[in-house]
Design a protein around this ligand. Sequence first.
Ligand code: DX5
Ligand code: ZN
Length: 217
Amino acid sequence: MRTLVAPSILSADFGRLAEEIASVEAAGADWIHVDVMDGRFVPNLTIGPVVVAAARRATRLPLDVHLMIEDPTRYVADFRAAGADWITIHAETCPHLHRAVQAVKETGARVGVALNPHTPESVLDYVLADLDLVLCMSVNPGFGGQTFIRSALEKVASLTEWIRVAGLGTLVAVDGGVKPANAGLLRDAGAGVLVAGTAVFGAPDRAAAILAIRGER
Ligand code: DX5
Ligand code: ZN
């Protein structure tokens, strides 16, 4: 399957958010990645459902909402109502991960689970088959523009093999420090979705950046 590229609006100009989203849609983005941070699970604060609703009005692309918040089940219905197509929760925030995954599914959204760089994929034992997506963090979540952590490659490869052997259709996504220079390794390891903030929004030619991350030039 063709690798999907999901520009993260964390690196967009929020004063011109609708234009910025339209710009990456025109440049060939597959999904729009939206980083929600609560100042507790991660050090930074970003946006809530009101901004997701504004993003929803700005594009027809799937909205991929990455919840870096404690107790995410409190908010999944609100993000779904705001227009999220995909909702990803962090394994580290969910002592009852199976229940939280079902709570996302009940909203009708596709469900993802994110793993911090040090969190082993084995936390997904007994829940992987319920997931539409696993998001491997390749930076410690909280900020755009950080350096890619290489151990994510091993995790992507291991998850890809697990999913293949189990005969599942789960997508493996990677988020953090993704750029044309490491995208090829990630695609080879099995990543089906590459999230990129600065590498797309910071590029002089966003269409070229998306093509390069997808491996099409
Ligand atoms: C980090 C966020 C990422 C971030 C990626 O906590 O989850 O989505 O925006 O930004 P870059 O691609 O600049 O590392
Ligand atoms: Zn993210």
